[in-house]
Every structure is written in structure tokens, then in C-alpha cells.
Ligand binder design. Sequence first.
Ligand code: MMA
Ligand code: CA
Length: 241
Amino acid sequence: MDMSDPKKPMARHLGPLDEEELITSGIRHSPKDFGFQWTYGLRRFTGCLGQVPASLALQLFSLALFTVLLVAILVQVSEAPGSQGLENSKQEEIYQELTHLKAGVARLCRPCPWDWTFFQGNCYFFSKTQRNWHDSITACQEVGAQLVVIKTAEEQNFLQLLTSNRLTWMGLSDLKHEGTWHWLDGSPLLLSFMKYWNKGEPNSSGEEDCAEFRSEGWNDSKCDWRKFWICKNTSTPCSSD
Ligand code: MMA
Ligand code: CA
């Protein structure tokens, strides 16, 4: 058999050297022979792997997989700043909207209900109608407030000024013990407040047990008379920070 004859390459059993010759030689490049050449090459490759130890093959495969994963992670990381920037801009948008809404709520917030007057952390309602002392207490209770109990000199001066000579009930009486004045919250009338009685008052002229704002100061008057009244309540805080 002539081994140099290119027309009879498959005429005998092929050894490893012959296979090398067959692959490197340019004799089988016609389309008709391509399928044969491919399967032949693949078989040769797997044949080679067959000679490689299984552990090394696994290491090679692991290395390839690791490389693919590393590339995937690198791609993800390289994309991260973009997506993070998008998240930040969304957060900034939400933050600005929240700030805007907070300002809106702050503008809408009122410490006192409509028609009430704010003064030093409290709300005051000056009645437009007149009632006796007991019914004035009830009127204030009905709106969740109390017939005014005066706690400070500033408050007294503010209320005295706003009653502007209208006869107006306050939450002070000596109904329980004649001559002993107590506020509706049970606290006694302090000596420091005695100066607010008008001159000669309280005189209990013909049984007067309830206190009113009258001209420049206070007067004790008959509890059954109908007068204006003032309700007092704590104000609503407008900002939580
Ligand atoms: C009225 C009445 C009294 C008050 C005196 C002051 C006549 O009575 O308002 O409560 O003490 O006036 O002159
Ligand atoms: Ca009096």
C-alpha cells in the first residue's frame, strides 16, 4: 500500500499519526466531505479528553465557569453606579415632595379652632350670646373646653383687654364656702390675684357668688344673671420637630 497516495486515505486502519495527517492535509475540503471531517475532529477531541484525568477536566470546567461568573459580576458592578444614581434621583424626588407636603401641612395647621383666639399655648372662645354662670360652664363643656380658669398675670391682662367692658363670666366662685374663692379646676384664688378685684369687691351684695370681668377688673355678681362667657382649651401643636 502506497501511503503517499492521496486518493486512498481510508484504505487501511489509521494510527494517531495518520489522523494528524488527515486533519492537516487539504484534501477533504469539499462540501460533500465536511460532515465527515467535523465528526471525525470531534471524536478525536473527546478521544484526547479521554486521555486527560477526570480531575483536571473538572478543574478546567470549573475555571471556565468561574471566568463566566466573574465576567457576569463585573458587568453587573459596572452597571451598578447607573442604577444607584437612578435610585438616588428617585429618593431625592420623594424627599423634595415630602418637604413640599410638610410645608403645606404647616401652612394649613392652626393652633386653635375657627373663631377661637390663640394666646400663649391656649385657645379662647369669646361668646357672642349670654348665659347664666352654670349654663356657661355647660356651654364650654359641650365644646370640650372649660369656663376660663386664669393661671398667669399675662393671661389675665390679655382677657381683661379683650372683654372690653362686656360683662363676662370666668370660672371662679365662692359657691361652696362664702368668702373662699376657688377656680373650676379646684385651685384656690391666690393672694397675688386679689389685686384684680375692682375697688370694694368682692362685696357679695345681695348674695353674689360668681366672678365676672367688669370694666377694669373683677366683680362678684349673682350667678343667675346672663352674661357673656369665655371658654379655654389647650392649643394644638403645629410642628412635631
Ligand atoms: C352692682 C353689682 C355688684 C357690684 C356693685 C358695685 C349695685 O351692685 O354689680 O356686684 O359690687 O354694683 O358698685
Ligand atoms: Ca359685687
